[in-house]
Design a protein around this ligand. Structure first.
Ligand SMILES: Cc1cc2nc3c(=O)[nH]c(=O)nc-3n(C[C@H](O)[C@H](O)[C@H](O)COP(=O)(O)OP(=O)(O)OC[C@H]3O[C@@H](n4cnc5c(N)ncnc54)[C@H](O)[C@@H]3O)c2cc1C
Length: 305
């Protein structure tokens, strides 16, 4: 229901994943008034995951527990408020920014941190959603441990996945590579796979099946199913609609370009977390970026940048 109200703050943070929350905590401890905008209705990327692995001090707590713990820290200071709403538009407004929210209200902020994560584009594999985050994993460093030395399928729809076989082999010696036929597997690489004991299937699965919530097989359109316990999938990603509508410089692969202080190409707008970085996307990295962005924002406020 529209509230037709407007709110004013020094910093508005869009998104309450680890990068947004880390920024809000450091801003709170720097006594900077902040509004964190994020609705409970937009599920964070890792919602399907049973736990957040490799987060020092909170290893294997659930994503909701991790977010709740950081929120509690933030709310122990009197400087940040949470608005349970999504941002629908962002525009320059007389030396600051106007944010329109999905509840019909608006927020005016001197500075804005974009911390909205990325949107995963899942491959066209039937039943993938039933196993995503549990036995279909997106990162061996996060979730490989639970599947060590079991039968892995590797969904190889791009060259980088072919190049990283030695890394995945670290977690299991029972790898089957499902390779998009349009990718070129050189004879040299084929020989390397053979010497590592990696099986090759030159087709991508069209479906996965399992029992009692556990994956059992990958299914193909024109060959027999292959038995697996877990599958590694790296979804392609895109920016949220709000970011796409902004006139921000993006990197060649579609991430928001930032400097070493997490400033974007638009003065007063900062960005942190997955949306800035295709590499080793994880919670500690996002926390680090949010923390660094907060320090830059405080410095820019002090130097009136
Ligand atoms: C299945 C899965 C499992 C994972 N497991 C692990 C793990 O075990 N360990 C680990 O370290 N990392 C893990 N990760 C990676 C980790 O979750 C991400 O790297 C991290 O959450 C990125 O943080 P972020 O703050 O950049 O974005 P996100 O956590 O994605 O948060 C972005 C937030 O912004 C909100 N938002 C989006 N649009 C708007 C809008 N218009 N207005 C307001 N809010 C908006 C979203 O709802 C979301 O809450 C996993 C990822 C996935 C997909």
């Amino acid at each position: 229901m529209p509230t037709n109200t407007s709110d004013r703050t020094t910093v508005a943070i869009l998104g309450s994943g680890p990068s947004g929350l880390a920024c809000a905590l450091t801003l709170s401890r720097s006594m900077v008034e902040t509004i964190v905008i994020s609705s409970d209705s937009t599920a964070p990327r890792n919602t399907a995951s049973p736990f957040v692995a490799a987060l020092p001090g909170m290893d294997r707590n659930s994503p909701a527990e991790v977010r709740a713990a950081i929120r509690k820290d933030i709310l122990s200071y009197p400087f940040a408020r949470f608005r349970n709403s999504d941002a629908t538009a962002l525009q320059d407004q007389a030396g600051g920014f106007q944010l329109d929210l999905s509840d019909g209200s608006s927020v005016f902020a001197d500075k804005v941190l974009l911390a909205m994560g990325m949107v995963d584009i899942y491959p066209d594999v039937a039943n993938l959603a039933d196993y995503w985050g549990s036995s279909i994993i997106n990162c061996p460093f996060c979730h490989g441990y639970e599947w060590r030395n079991t039968r892995w399928g590797i969904y190889a729809d791009r060259q980088e996945v072919l190049d990283a076989a030695e890394v995945y082999r670290h977690w299991s010696n029972e790898l089957t590579y499902f390779i998009d036929p349009s990718l070129h597997l050189t004879e040299e690489r084929r020989t390397q796979f053979e010497s590592l004991g990696i099986s090759i299937c030159e087709a991508l699965p069209v479906a996965v099946n399992g029992t009692s919530g556990s994956l059992t097989e990958a299914v193909f359109s024109d060959q027999q199913p292959i038995a697996i316990d877990c599958m590694l999938v790296f979804p392609f990603q895109k920016q949220t609609e709000l970011v796409t509508a902004l006139d921000l410089q993006l990197t060649s692969d579609g991430y928001v370009g930032v400097d070493e202080g997490f400033r974007t190409s638009v003065s007063g707008i900062y960005a942190a977390g997955d949306m800035t970085y295709a590499g080793h996307q994880n919670t500690p990295t996002a926390l680090h970026m949010g923390n660094m962005a907060a320090a830059t924002i405080v410095m820019d406020l002090c130097f009136k940048k």
